[in-house]
Design a protein around this ligand. Structure first.
Ligand code: FES
Ligand SMILES: [Fe+2]
Length: 355
């Protein structure tokens, strides 16, 4: 486990968020991205290194994401100002030989891990200082990504809701019997128990006594009806990881990264990583198709939820199954207030509910 020095000030914007999947960012191409309502123009410099500039030309505010990239330099679509990978204006066509004083666009910190491009809303120069308190925060590593014997499927979806409601949905069991009825679970009034723990900016849930109630997934996920080991986790500020283990080497992990485009829109990057021996290849189309269907159902209910919250405000009633969500909210609220959630006292609760 990663160890951190604990700082008292920490905000949601200190963290790394995905702005693109690496294969979607080709050389000689610029794409637009959004993070906390901030526009980013993302491209690769002449070395192939990803760069994110504020999506605003210094000249007359044309969006840089509408420009073109030539030899790793970004050309504004309006009057052709040219920016290099540092964000410096290296050519102003209308100035001819008489090039103006140096100008530089705002450039955000960017890194690439596990074939995702991450950015954070910290100026790149700040980021590069070794004393930067946020140096210790690294992107979440996708479990078993490209590991031997493991296959993975990547999906991206736009959810018309905020990050908190999205991450809660991804580790919420009771809804599965209703929103994903038959595909995932059916309601059969079966008792589930779990231990929920909040520690170090994370919430971990360990389920006990879960039996095969995984709908049509069961035929290949758990054909022999073996005992299921199921854990869920939330890691600050926006990651959920769902783990199913059916036998020693039969595992299925769903990692979701919920990226705040704005207060009401979240881009969710889902990694389905699984270890199914011979099935790895054969099951691929089915897993992808099922996952898309399940996610579409979640998007529908979450968009309705956001509509009602916008109208009536966020007023929730809680049951014991919602302890998980309350812990997650306490971590995200601490961050929203600029506090380091790792300073929250450790908590542990045993809960029971019926599915
Ligand atoms: S607005 Fe970009 S060059 Fe004029
Ligand atoms: Fe769901």
């Amino acid at each position: 486990m990663m160890r951190f020095a604990v700082h008292s000030i920490m905000t949601l914007k200190d963290f790394w968020y995905i702005i693109a999947a690496s294969p979607d960012l080709q050389r000689e191409q610029v794409i637009g991205a959004r993070l906390f309502d901030e526009g980013l123009a993302v491209f690769r410099d002449q070395y192939g290194k990803a760069v994110a500039l504020e999506d605003r030309c210094l000249h007359r505010c044309a969006p840089l994401s509408q420009g073109t990239v030539k030899q790793g330099q970004l050309h504004c679509a309006y009057h052709g100002w040219v920016y290099d990978g540092e964000g410096c204006v290296v050519r102003v066509p209308s100035e001819g030989e008489r090039q103006a004083s140096p100008r530089r666009a705002r450039r955000f910190a960017v890194c690439e891990r596990d074939d995702y491009v991450y950015a954070r809303l910290l100026d790149a120069d700040e980021e590069e200082k070794p004393a930067s308190p946020s140096q210790e925060l690294q992107p979440f590593r996708i479990p078993f990504y490209q590991a031997k014997g493991w296959a993975s499927i990547r999906l991206q979806h736009l959810f018309p809701n905020n990050v908190t409601n999205c991450v809660e949905n991804f580790v919420d069991i009771p809804h599965t019997a209703f929103v994903h009825t038959k595909i995932f679970r059916v309601s059969r009034n079966e008792k589930l128990t779990a231990t929920v723990q909040r520690q170090d900016g994370a919430v971990r849930v360990t389920y006990q006594g879960e039996r095969a109630n995984l709908g049509i997934f069961s035929w290949f996920l758990n054909r022999r009806g073996q005992a299921i080991h199921h854990t869920d986790a939330f890691f600050m500020p926006n990651i959920t990881r769902v783990d199913y283990r059916f036998a020693a080497n039969r595992r299925f992990i769903i990692t979701s990264q919920s990226v705040p485009l704005s207060d009401t829109e979240t881009k969710v990057y889902t990694d389905l990583t699984y270890n199914y021996g011979l099935w790895n290849h054969l099951a691929r189309p089915l897993i992808r198709w099922q996952a898309q269907k399940i996610i579409a159902q979640d998007i529908e209910i979450l968009s309705q939820q956001m509509r009602v919250i916008n109208k009536y405000g966020r007023r929730f009633a809680n049951t014991e199954a919602d302890v998980i969500h309350i812990f997650i909210e306490s971590i995200r609220e601490a961050l929203a207030q600029g506090e380091d959630p790792r300073r929250l006292p450790e908590r542990q609760r045993d809960i029971e509910f019926w599915v």
